[in-house]
Design a protein around this ligand. Sequence first.
Ligand code: AMP
Ligand code: ZN
Length: 134
Amino acid sequence: MEECVFCKIVNGKLPADKVYEDDQVVAFWDANPVTPVHILIVPRKHIPTLNDIPEDDHILAHIGHVARKIAQDHGVADAGYRFFINVNREGGQVVYHLHAHVAAGRGFGQYLIVFAVGVAMVWRKLVRLVTGKR
Ligand code: AMP
Ligand code: ZN
């Protein structure tokens, strides 16, 4: 059977910027980071989605502990970070090998919102100046 992209990383057939690994998981930098710290935690075992984790499998608890350790190692545990899993199409999942995101720091999208609000405020002031309305 054809291996998925994260199986290939786990098996060393594809390169990745690894930050942590143990007998259950491998963690590496996201190839397209959305925040200054953006790391993925992937189980060695191929599990397609969160929906497919057997009830007696404690991989999620382990991934949580690894996320905390990664956040500490990258100095973001106290300031805060996001820890999330996208599930299936409408949950935004793109790679169908279970993975958790650890994302910290302001992303480009957040700067864009601040910029857009700033532009809107200046625009409103300009319109008031030109039309003389208060
Ligand atoms: P998701 O939307 O939760 O499925 O996220 C998949 C993530 O995997 C995206 O953020 C991608 O940037 C990332 N990704 C895909 N291929 C690779 C790869 N070869 N190495 C590192 N990250 C990857
Ligand atoms: Zn896989």
